[in-house]
Design a binder for this molecule. Sequence first.
Ligand code: RFL
Length: 404
Amino acid sequence: MNPASPTSSAPAERIPVVIVGAGPAGLTVANILRAARVDCVVLETESRQFVEQRPRAGFIEEWAVRALSRHGLADRLVERAQPHHECEFRFAGERHRFRYAESAGDRHFVYPQPLLVTDLVREYADVRGGDIRFGVRDVELTGVEGTQPSVSYTDPVTGARRRLDCAVVAGCDGARGVTRRHLPAEHAPVSRFEYGVGWLALLAEAPPSSDCVVFGIHQRGFAAHMARSPEVTRYYLECPPGDDPENWSHKRVWAELHARLAVPGAAPLTEGPLIEKRVLDMHNYVVEPMSYGRLYLAGDSAHLVAPIAAKGMNLALHDAFLLADALIAFCGKGDDSGLRGYSAACLRRVWEYQEFSRWFAELLHGPSSGDPFRAGAATARLRRLLRSPAAGAAFAESYIGATP
Ligand code: RFL
């Protein structure tokens, strides 16, 4: 906080809901509230251009697309996204197609996160006339434990402190935001899981080399191929945790991708310049419960799931739909039952996805763990899911997020 202009003396505006963070979670809540005529303000530390270009997710589950459509938020997505029905496992020199949509019914839609964020900002700010403030600094929350919280921030243009008094704060500020800190540890402990591996996340300016996701399970380490657009492909390479991306030259990346993903009969990978290269900390966490007083967390601020099964943004959207409905009931009719049940309702899907990601991670990493027992068990797990229709159906259901 700027000590020269304390929050308490900052000029206050009154607004029912303040949403901290303009990612998929915050923007979805904002759009749904706006359509229901519940006033809100979205505060975002980055610029509009930055959030509209930040590369991340690409796979959206069909139930989430249906829910976005119901709220009038998926027109461009449905028009432009590519539906995916199957994935491919490559291991021991073999390739196995797995047609998950045949048993689960649902598909994935490949739509890069920056496009979704662009659509959501446009709809909220330009079409629905919503209030979104980019580039804010030093966001601070006070009084969330009571019934009249406030959110203050430094205006990027004037440098003055501004204060928003509200009824509810939606903490949608991702894994590195500030809102999670306001949940006292004794009230909402954080459960964590470390995978003990790193993933080098790459974006290549190269067309996809397969028409589906490819999981390469190899003694040298796991590798994956995922389409993003006709011009850009995401690749992952398992690496030591905390590895330096600079250890991975263009030449080494492509040599390793070829080695881990090549199997007889598969098209060779199309190489291209690497436009993103970063090492991900492969860990998960869950804050439980996801609320404290009048602060409700949604998305990565409440739970992180390493991108093993492309789940994080889907969970963020799920939270957002539930939170928006609960806020509309609360702000419109004073009905707080949705808010009271919010955390438990979100966490059912959160824990389903956490458990699946951990299960799947062992299948992907066991063979390269150096532990012959883990390798043998992981290979048995993979062969069972390819051989047994019951095991395949269970995998398909979790992979596509067909959760009750
Ligand atoms: P976001 O997207 O991080 O948005 C949070 C926003 O809050 C802003 N912010 C603040 N604003 C105000 N005040 C503060 N103090 C603030 N601090 C931060 C940030 O600038 C940002 O704009 O969180 P949200 O909305 O919860 O959405 C979560 C998703 O972004 C995330 O789960 C996914 O990207 C995860 N993920 C994937 N998820 C999928 O469902 N499918 C995928 O295919 C998929 N692939 C991925 C992924 C994540 C990846 N990385 C980078 C970890 C691939 C990768 C490589």
